[in-house]
Design a protein around this ligand. Structure first.
Ligand code: PGA
Length: 251
């Protein structure tokens, strides 16, 4: 049984015009109010365009707000990019880095992701560093070595349990309805925690999230695994009731 508080994080991806996002944020906050204090931390990561309004709407609630990506530099000639400091300035406390949709669609490699995570720390935020193998890598028996390399390559210097969270998200499980077996998730999380001992002093305290087709129906069994300290949720986070019922599955 973990003593680390759970983190239930919603990754809204590229979903949500302003009113829609505000309605969803408020619906999550209404359900969350006071109910899970100290046991489960809640986070929503809206698109950058509505981060400010969502931060304002959730300011006096237990729901934290995060960005979905950031640039390594604090400012500069980087058209279209957003600095970690800019996210923090709006009220964001977390930022996802290295999501597989960025690793795959934008060719991001671990060295860049480590620089982005370092930027999050520099801005006083918590980095959520994502790792995970593709179907081909799993089928080739390379899942553990790929994820291990990503962990060692993506965690920035100075990372601790207070400013860094890891999210294991097998690429083939994201948005597909497929999930690894519970044994596979448990084995991967144990391996990740072991690897973290090489790069983090307090690796025992770091929260490890599972992500990839987490739904109300499978959340309880996944969240009950020893080294699973929460979930990073895409599709099911776009519905306040589903998101809330996943949070309630934390025991
Ligand atoms: P999913 O996405 O829950 O829709 O599978 C998870 C993620 O990409 O973080």
């Amino acid at each position: 049984m973990t003593e680390r508080p759970y983190l239930i994080a919603g990754n809204w991806k590229m979903h949500g015009l302003r009113q829609e996002g505000l309605d969803l944020a408020r619906a999550v906050a209404e359900r969350a109010h006071g109910a899970l204090t100290g046991r489960v931390d809640l986070l929503v990561c809206p698109p950058a365009t509505i981060l400010g309004p969502v931060c304002d709407a959730l300011a006096d609630t237990p729901v934290a707000v995060g960005g979905q990506d950031c640039h390594p530099e604090p400012k500069g000639a980087h058209t279209g990019d957003v600095a970690a400091e800019m996210l923090a300035d709006l009220g964001a406390s977390h930022v996802i880095v290295g999501h597989s949709e960025r690793r795959q669609n934008h060719g991001e490699r671990s060295a860049l992701i480590r620089a982005k995570a370092a930027a999050a720390l520099r801005a006083g935020m918590t980095a959520i560093v994502c790792v995970g193998e593709t179907r081909e890598e799993r089928d080739a028996g390379e899942a553990a070595s790929v994820v291990s390399r990503q962990v060692l390559g993506s965690v920035p210097p100075g990372a601790t349990s207070a400013n860094c969270v890891l999210a294991y998200e097998p690429v083939w499980a994201i948005g597909t309805g497929l999930t690894p077996t519970l044994d596979d998730i448990a084995a991967m999380h144990a391996m990740i925690r072991d690897r973290l001992s090489e790069v983090m002093a307090d690796h025992d305290q770091v929260r490890l999230l599972y992500g990839g087709s987490v739904k109300p129906a499978n959340a309880a069994e996944i969240l009950a695994l020893a080294d699973v300290d929460g979930a990073l949720i895409g599709g099911a986070s776009l519905d306040a009731d589903s998101f809330w019922s996943i949070a309630q599955a934390c025991r």
